[in-house]
Every structure is written in structure tokens, then in C-alpha cells.
Design a protein. Structure first.
Length: 481
């Protein structure tokens, strides 16, 4: 823990968010691969606090389960939403009622807030020896926000004035309150006990702590965020969409500065959990989702959805969808392929046009070029699977596995009815339905004998276009003989 790491971070996530008009709690709405509260928790963890507690209330069990899905998070339950001061008090009670050191309080609906900005808040709080430090921002239009009023000489915050209560002079102030604070933990715990509820809402307001501590002779300061957009809270779907756009721009900028070529940022989406290496290329209309990783010199898109997929060095994914797959170095995917969970495509392998794979391991240099389904299968190295092949893995009750060896050449329109094993170096005839194991080095032919019934069209379809064509062809043949 660094010298400025806080003793605790308290995340306020108890509200319902009725303006979202959703059955989903507001803080669980997602942008860029994380929930709103997930982004806030990730930023808080960058500070390496001794304690991290999320105050939940509305749909508390659902929010808690969501938070614990990735890593355990300590939660405090606010049974009744009696104001921000009450929520912080619930958080401190979860931590024993009092905390020695800096306590940072942040709202769970501010997904653009960065760990860097929270770190600067903690550093300013320690350097200025403040009892409270407000995270503020200078905005182009401060209408509707609480104004930060400072002492001209010391720069200390003397009050936060709400817009409706501000004078004309105060309304000209562009520095506003974000609702994010750093507190001296001991002083915070004591002041929360003095917060009153004699206001129009009958609630405990956290901002009252500032005046309580200031009146007791303690210093209140402010740390100005470098980008005012970081403090934006989300209350409705319009603001959710705007936050998604801003965060996506930030994430793409980070990727491009790290050496990734993003051909058209305006049509590219990227999640916060995506990683990449230099000289990866992302073409227009591409979504990079989940835990996707783009290795050096890989190329994805256009018009591709890459979800939680490792794309190997120099691999290419074209107009395709992948989900929880692994694509080896130099491999080719698409166009119009679908790699489903459990697919592992080997080095320089190929899943070509209109190929679907699921729970399949494809060996080095092996190609499945066209119009095929490969499910629950293992294919060795340098094998070629003919067009329109289907791995028949489901018998209506259970899934079964198919194994095909290395250096095989399977014919077009083959059906591999699992469970079945095809040995190394095997050839199979086009149109075969393989239901039995094939020994290494064999040719497997599994189809009926062809039988030609001459004159059938003339007898069964007289006068049809086919019959007329056949008759004309026959007369032409007779004329040449």
C-alpha cells in the first residue's frame, strides 16, 4: 500500500434508479464490458485500499451476487434509503464503526471516474492535511450543480451552494461538486453522528458533514478533476449511452496510443477488459468484447464480433463471430464463420466461409474451408475437411465426440456420426456417412451404389421442361452418331 492509499473506499450503490425505467437496478446496467458499479469498483481497486465496501439496498442480493461474480467484495446493507450520510454510516458500521486514515466515498453510478483521478484526490487530501477534500470539476455549464465556493486567500472550500440557493455571483462559478469526497476517517465517523434530518426529505445528507467539520475548525479543500466528464453520473438511458460513447473513445484512444491500428474508431466498440499487443489491426464495424486479447500483427474485422477470444499473432478474422475461442498464430477465420465456446484453432489452421465450430480442437495447418459444422471434435494436424461436412454430435439425448487424425483428406458432404474415430492418413469418399471407426491409412466409402434408370423422366414427367430438354439432347446425340 502506498503512502496515499486510502484506509477505505465506500461505494454508494443502494438506490433504485427509477429514471432508468428498468427492472434492472441502475448500477447493474452495463457499458464497455462492466456494470456501472463494476467500473467504480475497478477504479477504487487501483488505489489498493485497505478496505473496500459497497453499500447496497435496492435489489441488494442481486447487486451483491453480481459484485462477487468476479472477486469477493464486502457489502453493507442499507435497508431504508435515508440519505447519503446514512449510507456512509452503514458502510462504516460494516468496517467496525470507525476507520483510522483516509476514507474515500464515491457514487456507484459514475463509470467514467478513473483510478488516476481518485488517486489525485487522495494525494491532495494528504498533502493539504484536509479534514474533507471534495472532488470538483470545472464545467462549461454549471447550471443545476452545487457550486464550490472557495476562500480567495487560502483556496479552502468555504461552502457548497446548490444552484437554487446561489446568488448571481455564485452562479457564475464553474467549479462544481461531484459528490465524491475524501475524509479523515476518525472525524467522518464522529461527524456522521451529528448529522440531522430536519430537511425537506427527512434524510441524512453527507454534505452536512462538511459544514459540521468546517464549523469545528477543520479545513475543507477540493481536488479538481482533469476532465469534467469523469464525474458524470448516470440517471437515464440517454446518459447511459453518452457515457458508453465517452468511455469507448477513451478505451480506443488508449489502444491506439499502445500501437493498435483502429481504422475507424467511430464504428468500433471495445470493452474495458480487452487487451492487445502492438501492430494489431482492427477494421471498421468490429466489436471487441469481454476478455478478448489481440496478439501482435493480428487483424480482425471488418464487421466482426470478437467475444472473450484470444487471437494469435498474425491471425486474421474476417466478417465473423467468435465467442470464448482460441485462434492460433497465423490462423484464418471467415468470412462468415462462427466460432463458439471451446473452439481452439491451431497455428495456421483455417475455419473458412460459413463454417461453425463448437467445443472443437483443430490441429496445426488443418483446414475446414467451407460450409461445415464441427462440434465436439478433435482434428489432428494438416488435415483437410471437405466442403459441406457435418459432425453429427447429438443423438437427441447426449453429445458425443468425433476424433479425426492428422494428414487426413475427407470428402465433401461427409457426415461423421459420433462417437467415431478416423485414424491418421485416412481418405473418405464424397457423400459418405461415417458411422464406424476408420483405421489409419484407409479409404472409407460409405454410400449406396449409383443406379441410373434410363427414360424415367420421359415416362414419369412427360411434357415437362426436363423431358423436352432430354429429348432434344437425345435427338442431337442421334444426329451426331
Amino acid at each position: 500500500m502506498s503512502a496515499t492509499s486510502p484506509a477505505a473506499v465506500v461505494v454508494l450503490a443502494a438506490g433504485e434508479g427509477t429514471r432508468m425505467k428498468s427492472k434492472t437496478p441502475k448500477v447493474l446496467h452495463e457499458i464497455s464490458g462492466r456494470s456501472l458499479v463494476g467500473h467504480v469498483v475497478a477504479a477504487a481497486r487501483e488505489l489498493a485500499p485497505q478496505h473496500l465496501v459497497v453499500v447496497v439496498g435496492h435489489a441488494g442480493e442481486q447487486v451483491t451476487a453480481h459484485l462477487n461474480a468476479d472477486a469477493p467484495v464486502r457489502t453493507a446493507f442499507q435497508a431504508e434509503q435515508n440519505g447519503t450520510g446514512h449510507a456512509v454510516r452503514m458502510g462504516l458500521e460494516e468496517l467496525g464503526g470507525s476507520v483510522e486514515g483516509t476514507v474515500i466515498v464515491v457514487c456507484g453510478d459514475t463509470p467514467l471516474l478513473s483510478g488516476e483521478t481518485l488517486g489525485a484526490l487522495a494525494a491532495t487530501h494528504a498533502a493539504d492535511a484536509n479534514a474533507v477534500t471534495v472532488l470538483s470539476a470545472e464545467v462549461p455549464d454549471s447550471t443545476g450543480y452545487g457550486r464550490i465556493v472557495r476562500d480567495p486567500a487560502s483556496g479552502a472550500v468555504t461552502e457548497i451552494v446548490e444552484h437554487k440557493d446561489a446568488t448571481d455571483e455564485q452562479r457564475a462559478i464553474r467549479e462544481i461538486n461531484s459528490g465524491v469526497f475524501a475524509f479523515d476517517g476518525r472525524l467522518l465517523g464522529d461527524a456522521l453522528g451529528k448529522v440531522r434530518t430536519d430537511n425537506s426529505q427527512g434524510e441524512e445528507y453527507l454534505t452536512d458533514v462538511l459544514s459540521i467539520l468546517r464549523e469545528a475548525g477543520h479545513r475543507v479543500g477540493a481536488s479538481v478533476a482533469g476532465d469534467h466528464r469523469e464525474i458524470l453520473g448516470i440517471n437515464n438511458r440517454l446518459q447511459l449511452a453518452e457515457a458508453r460513447r465517452l468511455l469507448n473513445e477513451r478505451l480506443l484512444e488508449r489502444a491506439m496510443l499502445a500501437g493498435v491500428t483502429v481504422v475507424d474508431p467511430s464504428s468500433t466498440l471495445i470493452d474495458a477488459t480487452v487487451t492487445y499487443e502492438r501492430d494489431a489491426v482492427v477494421h471498421p464495424g468490429t466489436q471487441l468484447l469481454g476478455t478478448t486479447h489481440l496478439a501482435e500483427d493480428s487483424e480482425v474485422g471488418p464487421n466482426s464480433r470478437i467475444g472473450s477470444t484470444v487471437v494469435g499473432a498474425g491471425a486474421r478474422v474476417d466478417n465473423s463471430v467468435t465467442d470464448s475461442a482460441e485462434i492460433g498464430a497465423g490462423a484464418l477465420v471467415g468470412p462468415y464463420a462462427y466460432l463458439r465456446p471451446g473452439t481452439r484453432l491451431g497455428t495456421k489452421a483455417k475455419a473458412g466461409t460459413y463454417v461453425e465450430m463448437k467445443n472443437a480442437t483443430i490441429g496445426e495447418g488443418t483446414k475446414v474451408p467451407h460450409l461445415s459444422y464441427v462440434g465436439d471434435a478433435t482434428i489432428g494436424d494438416h488435415t483437410n475437411i471437405g466442403a459441406a461436412s457435418v459432425f453429427v454430435n447429438y443423438d437427441g439425448v447426449a453429445k458425443h465426440h468425433t476424433t479425426i487424425g492428422s494428414h487426413c483428406r475427407t470428402g465433401s458432404d461427409n457426415m461423421f456420426v459420433a462417437p467415431v474415430t478416423v485414424g491418421d492418413g485416412v481418405y473418405t469418399a464424397a457423400g459418405s456417412v461415417i458411422t464406424k471407426d476408420v483405421p489409419a491409412g484407409s479409404l472409407a466409402v460409405a454410400r449406396g451404389q449409383q443406379r441410373n434408370i434410363e427414360g424415367w423422366v420421359a415416362r414419369k414427367r412427360p411434357g415437362s421442361a426436363a423431358a423436352q430438354a432430354a429429348q432434344a439432347s437425345s435427338q442431337e446425340t442421334d444426329g451426331q452418331s
